[in-house]
Design a binder for this molecule. Structure first.
Ligand code: ARG
Length: 257
């Protein structure tokens, strides 16, 4: 018995030498950064995917991630950070997942993995009522200043179309909306569901009925944690099959779920 134990220890030690000190100095790698926890980074000003209800962050992403965590026997911890810092934080191992109505893009796939998509987004254009901007072409061809949330696909696409000079970047989508209401900018390009929520909550704004781009939303996971990626995909498939995802989306977007 003792011999087997010693043998096992020495095999482990040889393995340690083989894999290098760094990987052996750390405690046994669990599924997540902090054992028993799933740390999610989001930017919580993006209704109905994530927003504050009092002190609590609620919304489609919060609930889907909460259910994923509970099916993996983990406790969900949500951190509200700048949208622009989420990918880097996932990449560097600060957060287990980025879950923020985040669009899967080729570029982001160079830095992180994405789970199976669980929702769809469409980039929309918001203007002030009575604006002469009637569609994406007038917006792009004119001399208009476009507000976006920093680092989002709206930012990336619009910068690509019109160049830096005509783009005003805000930390929160809601700040871009405020600037539009104040007449500081001519339009806001943002995902359709937050666009609808912002327009409903603020007077004098309309959404043009020419959607710009259709996108998949998924959770970002570190490329170093394939195990977590496949576990999340496994429970997402379950949640898709048993109607949980539809029910959560239906709760927040009654017409579409
Ligand atoms: N879907 C867009 C993107 O991935 C915007 C997401 C913004 N999300 C947020 N929680 N503020 O770039």
């Amino acid at each position: 018995m003792k011999n087997i134990f010693i043998k096992a220890v020495s095999v482990a030690m040889i393995a340690c030498l083989g894999f290098g000190i760094a990987s052996c100095g750390k405690k046994e790698q669990g599924l997540t950064i902090n054992e028993g926890k799933l740390v999610m980074a989001t930017n919580a000003f993006f209704p109905p995917y994530e927003y504050y209800d009092g002190d609590t962050i609620v919304g489609i992403d919060a609930e889907i991630a909460g259910e994923v965590a509970s099916r993996l026997n983990l406790e969900l911890e949500i951190q509200d950070v700048e949208f622009d810092s989420i990918i880097a934080g996932v990449q560097s191992g600060k957060y287990d997942i980025g879950c923020a109505g985040m669009t899967v893009t080729e570029d982001r796939l160079l830095s992180v993995n994405f789970t199976t998509p669980y929702a769809t987004g469409i980039q929309s254009i918001i203007v002030a009522e009575g604006s002469e901007i009637s569609d994406i072409d007038t917006l792009i061809d004119g001399d208009y200043v476009i507000g976006v949330q920093q680092g989002t696909t709206g930012d990336i696409y619009m910068t690509d179309e019109v160049g830096d000079d005509r783009i005003d970047r805000y930390n929160k989508g809601a700040d871009a909306i405020l600037a539009l209401q104040n007449g500081n900018i001519d339009a806001v390009v943002i995902d359709n569901q937050p666009a609808q929520a912002f327009v409903a909550a603020n007077d004098g704004l309309v959404i043009l009925d020419t959607p710009y781009a259709v996108e998949d939303y998924a959770m970002a996971v570190s490329k170093d944690n394939e195990a977590l990626l496949s576990e999340i995909n496994r429970v997402l498939a379950e949640m898709e099959a048993d109607g949980t995802i539809d029910a959560i989306i239906e709760k927040y977007i009654p017409s579409e779920g």
